[in-house]
Design a binder for this molecule. Structure first.
Ligand code: ADA
Length: 539
């Protein structure tokens, strides 16, 4: 049994502005972890370095887990740097020697300033703070590093279990499943890798989200992983789950709320998911960064199909074609694929939203990222959301052709035809232009609407205009077999920017294309789309 302690709570705090903090850190204020410090007075909206610090009683080998922070961080234990968290939102683990059993000081130095070289500006607010839970786990010296479980044949419950044990451990291990099945195995030089079938298994799907657990035990350590047995693959234009054709219908979702920013408590995440489940949506694109553990656990349990992606938003050449940039992207996709490997909800892995894929030189970037994910996960579907449409020269590389068209908003805005025709004509045109042997997925589509702006003339920005447009988009997807699904842009209004780094059309400083506003109050489109879904699914 491992001992894990939560470190969430009240921590000491200091905002350092542009001065880089060095130990010993002086922290006269306090803050709450998880939490976004730039949402809390007196530091609202400020950018710079900040330190959070607390005392921890521990000793020996420990693993510190931080479920995402922003925009980047350095971790210090008794003033000694024990690791970096260079990527916003990325869940990170740090294994280190905590020294003698005693009180120690844990400090996280965060920096919420933008790094133009690596992280160009995004259309979502970059919050500073620790977004998710912080835990500390005591580890034995020969600890189990990782246990990964994948489905090899869903029909007969064949799974592959790969484990890695520290210290080049060689010896016996025992696998205990929730079904009662027990297997004695051998670990050689720290590695175990075997494929076998699990008796009395149940399949996982969005409709019946059956989960299993595996406890992997060596003499000195044990780890329990939750997993699901399911197969996702493509066949022509279709995406299949356990052999059954899927129609993905759902939303892009930002982990964001006006009161707590990116540090949403699990209860609010669960409330979002419940709303979607009750209204028959089966799919969420976790735009545009790695997803929190609580979100993925809820999706596994509630039965959602998830697209997870790494940060990299609208990256242009020359940065897009820079080898150092690619190395960082490769590191990101590898880390998150390993970290979230066992979640059955993740059926699609993405990266580099809306990159410049009309250039031949971008093929190398897309292929390298594709190959990196594939080297870790042999089965997940891999792609990215493109807005280069017919000009995209990478559609042969990815498993799914995923497009972000905005007919009636950014694209094809000719005033001579109505919204309905614009949507239908453009989606059909796009679908016809895409390869016939791959699923075609609409990853983003939508229109801005301000809650309360009602206009029977259906002018831009009215709830009526958005409702009509989204009705047409969903109707197209639900009635066309050539389209594997849709993630509407987007679930709820999300904070963006008003000044400085202004994006045209971000009224109130928000991206207002939510079908709900930022407090999850419904716009007209919510009723129209949920009614349509109920009607088409006959429920
Ligand atoms: C892009 C982008 C989204 C959002 C959207 C919009 O497609 O991927 O993050 O910015 O446009 O609302 O313009």
């Amino acid at each position: 049994m491992r001992y894990t302690e939560t470190l969430n709570g009240v921590w000491e705090f200091a905002f350092y502005g542009n001065t880089q903090p060095v130990p010993p850190f002086v922290t006269p204020e306090f803050t709450v972890v998880p939490g976004c410090f730039d949402l809390m007075e007196p530091h609202c909206g400020k950018r710079g370095y900040a330190v959070v610090k607390r005392k921890v009683f521990a000793g020996g080998t420990v693993k510190l887990f931080i479920d995402g922070l922003g925009l980047k961080g350095e971790i210090f234990w008794d003033g000694r740097n024990i690791g970096s968290a260079p990527y916003a939102y990325m869940p990170e683990s740090f294994v280190f020697d905590a020294g003698p059993e005693d009180w120690h000081e844990l400090a996280v130095v965060m920096d919420n300033r933008f790094n133009e070289d690596f992280d160009p500006f995004f259309d979502f607010y970059g919050y500073g703070g620790i977004y998710g839970d912080v835990t500390l786990t005591r580890l034995p010296e020969t600890y189990i590093r990782r246990v990964m479980i994948s489905t090899e044949d869903y029909k007969n419950g064949t799974i592959r279990v790969q484990a890695s044990v520290a210290g080049n451990y060689s010896g016996s291990a025992c696998l205990v499943f929730d079904t009662g099945f027990v297997k004695e195995v051998t670990v050689s030089n720290g590695i175990y890798d075997e494929t076998f079938s699990l008796p009395q298994f149940k399949l996982w799907s969005d409709e019946e989200p059956n989960l299993h657990t595996l406890t992997f035990m060596t003499g000195c350590d044990e780890v329990t992983e939750t997993f699901g047995i399911r197969e996702v693959r493509t066949e022509g234009r279709n995406i299949l789950l356990n052999g059954k054709v899927l129609k993905l219908v759902g939303f892009n979702r930002h982990e964001s709320h006006p009161e707590v920013g990116a540090a949403m408590p699990a209860q609010l995440i669960a409330a979002d998911l419940r709303l979607l489940k009750e209204n028959k949506f089966n799919y969420i694109r976790g735009s545009h960064y790695p997803q929190r553990a609580a979100f993925l656990e809820l999706c596994d349990k509630m039965g959602f199909l998830v697209w997870e992606e790494t940060i990299g938003w609208g990256v242009k050449p020359p940065l897009l074609h820079d080898e150092k940039f690619l190395a960082r992207q490769l590191e990101q996709v590898e880390r998150v694929t390993l970290q979230n490997f066992n979640h059955p909800c993740i059926i699609i892995r993405g990266f580099l939203n809306e990159n410049y894929c009309e250039f031949e030189a971008t093929r190398h970037v897309i292929k390298s990222l594709y190959d990196k994910i594939r080297s870790v996960d042999a089965h997940v579907l891999i792609t990215f959301a493109s807005n280069r449409y017919e000009k995209d020269v990478t559609t042969d590389i990815v498993d799914i052709v995923a497009m972000n068209p905005y007919p009636g908003w950014y694209d094809s805005c000719t005033e001579t035809i109505n919204t309905n025709d614009r949507v239908r004509i453009r989606l059909q045109e796009l679908s016809d232009a895409m390869p016939k042997d791959k699923p075609f997925l609409i990853t983003e589509i939508g229109a801005e609407a301000l809650l309360g702006f009602r206009d029977p003339l259906k002018t831009y920005w009215s709830e009526e205009y958005q409702a009509e447009l989204l009705h047409e988009c969903c109707d197209y997807v639900l009635t066309h077999d050539d389209c594997a699904g849709i993630s509407i842009w987007h679930f709820a209004d999300t904070r963006s920017y008003v000044s400085g780094r202004q994006i045209f059309g971000r009224a109130r400083g928000f991206n207002n294309k939510g079908i709900l506003d930022e407090y999850r109050r419904p716009k007209l489109a919510w009723n129209v789309v949920t009614d349509l879904l109920k009607e088409k699914s006959g429920k």
